[in-house]
Design a protein around this ligand. Sequence first.
Ligand code: CO
Length: 136
Amino acid sequence: MTQEPKRINHLGIAVKSLEEGLAVWRDGLGLKVEKLVEMPEKGLKIAFLPCGETMIELLAPLGEQSEIQAFLDKRGGGLHHVCLEVTDVGAATAHASAQGFALLGKEPTMGAEGYPVRFAHPKSTAGTLVEWLEKA
Ligand code: CO
């Protein structure tokens, strides 16, 4: 069964530093910071800024081994991924996999937002890293 996404849960935006990102999204564009989270195991510092029902997530590198360093080196920052909210991440990704999407990892993991997530590689999605987030 197709899992129709409910909404865009968040947009992940890579920045060289949170300072640089907050100068744009908080100070310049007027969004409010809801929380800051550090994920040392992924080398990420994340700022969450709600905009209506959708979250802007600023992703900045933390330490030497950051998940987003290669993206920053290649692109210099910007839109990193689009996160679709679904009620069943297993069903949504099984459907996507059957359509030929290249899923990352073997199963959903716990995302920075505190919900199960899984990603599809941009090479299989016409260039955009897609994330599914399960929220019942
Ligand atoms: Co995300």
